[in-house]
Design a protein around this ligand. Structure first.
Ligand SMILES: *Cc1c(COP(=O)(O)O)cnc(C)c1O
Length: 392
């Protein structure tokens, strides 16, 4: 007996978690356009446009700028496997899940990893990293710009100077900051970055834009042994994204259509306007949350705009509250990770999802979830958010 399956009918959700974020309608339509060959001249033209737009969004002139096939973690792995050889020393700031993951990926490359523990919910101090380096030299200094697990924005202003003292390349995770917070690859002297499509670019997950500068390229060309991952070897993949157009693996054509449209939307809005929009809605969200008695996990000067972490109030069940949001409002927010599991909510306002409508929906839905559990909400979150908007 063959089983019969109905066509897919996934629910319509509002995505206000740590990613994926709401996908713009024109990005969804781009994904559905006709698939063509990965060496079709029409596709090569699309690739060139994607590279050009990515350079603008990364604010870099790096030749080696393109999307890897795979999610943000594939971009992370790409950077580490190409830059590191066994025995290389790496210094990693660890103040959340993604710093932890970077350290793990570096160890798997056979590197000597020095993890510098930071406080979850706070930015890393350059002096703490400097002290942990203890005057030694490192191949790579790795930091997370936007720690999505805790809602912290890392101040990168001292990072280039520190990397120079260490003799290190500066590698930065900007999965959640790209197109949501100012990020200037060239001006800030960042040697290697990776991002993802499903956060502030508002594409479905599946691609990881990367960019590596000349210092990183020199390190890669001085390698004494091949990159252990054939799939992520940039010396091979750059043959496809560069002038040779040599087959390496079949590019995910339709995902790249989606990214093309997403980047186009970012540039049409303008980077500065987009950053300001993320900032404005995050501020209104926080005002509303605070009015309800929900406390942000991160001090205001270190807070991310695309992701706000708040403490789950005493006596409120995290899982039941998020289930209420999903079942009654079709609204997804994120729970906590690691030490924040069960006690923190992570609310995303990323890309197309960073809107006044989403702020107001989330605040009223959360109030409903708190009341459903007998929580007392004295302040008026919607009025507080409105007030924040009127000040903007
Ligand atoms: C989401 C995220 C990643 C991992 O990306 P995936 O697409 O889940 O593989 C890495 N770093 C940060 C900061 C992220 O937010």
């Amino acid at each position: 007996m063959t089983q019969h399956f109905s066509p897919l009918t996934p629910p319509q959700r509002v995505l206000m978690g740590p990613g994926p974020s709401d996908v713009a309608a024109s990005v969804s339509s781009a994904l559905a356009k006709p698939t063509i060959g990965h060496l079709d001249p029409a596709f090569l033209e699309i690739m060139d446009q994607i590279r050009g737009m990515l350079r603008e969004v990364f604010q870099t002139s790096n030749e080696l700028t393109f999307p890897m096939s795979g999610t943000g973690s594939a971009g992370m792995e790409t950077c580490f496997v190409n830059l590191l050889e066994p025995g290389d020393a790496v210094l990693v700031g660890v103040n959340g899940v993604f710093g932890t993951r970077m350290a793990e990926v570096a160890r798997r490359c056979g590197a000597e990893v020095t993890e510098v523990p930071g406080q979850w919910g706070r930015s890393m101090e350059m002096d703490a990293l400097r002290a942990a380096a203890a005057g030694k030299k490192f191949k790579v200094l790795a930091l997370v710009h936007a720690e999505t697990s805790t809602g912290v924005l890392q101040d990168l202003s001292g990072a280039r100077g520190l990397a120079d003292e260490l003799g290190a390349l500066l590698l930065v995770d900007c999965v959640t900051s790209l197109a949501g917070h100012p990020l200037k690859i060239d001006e800030w002297g960042i040697d290697a970055v990776y991002s993802g499509t499903q956060k502030c670019l508002s594409c479905p997950p599946g691609l990881s834009p990367i960019s590596l500068g000349t210092r990183a390229q020199e390190v890669m060309s001085a390698r004494t042994r091949p990159v252990q991952s054939w799939y992520l070897d940039l010396s091979l993949i750059s043959g496809y994204w560069g002038d040779e157009r040599a087959y390496h693996h079949t590019a995910p054509i339709n995902m790249l259509y989606g990214l093309h449209e997403a980047l186009r939307l970012v540039l049409e809005e303008g980077l500065e306007a987009r950053f300001a929009r993320h900032h404005r809605h995050a501020r209104a969200l926080v005002a509303g949350l605070e009015a309800m008695g929900l406390e942000p996990r991160v001090p205001s000067e270190e807070r991310l705009a695309p992701l706000t972490a708040v403490a789950v109030p005493e006596g409120i069940d995290d899982g039941a509250a998020r289930a209420h949001l999903l079942n009654e409002f079709d609204l997804e927010i994120g729970g906590g990770l690691g030490p924040m599991k069960g006690n923190t909510w992570r609310i995303g306002l990323m890309g197309a999802g960073s809107t006044r409508r989403n702020v107001m929906l989330c605040l009223s839905a959360l109030r409903s979830a708190l009341r459903a559990q007998g929580g007392r909400v004295s302040g008026d979150p919607l009025a507080a958010a409105e007030e924040a908007y009127s000040r903007a």
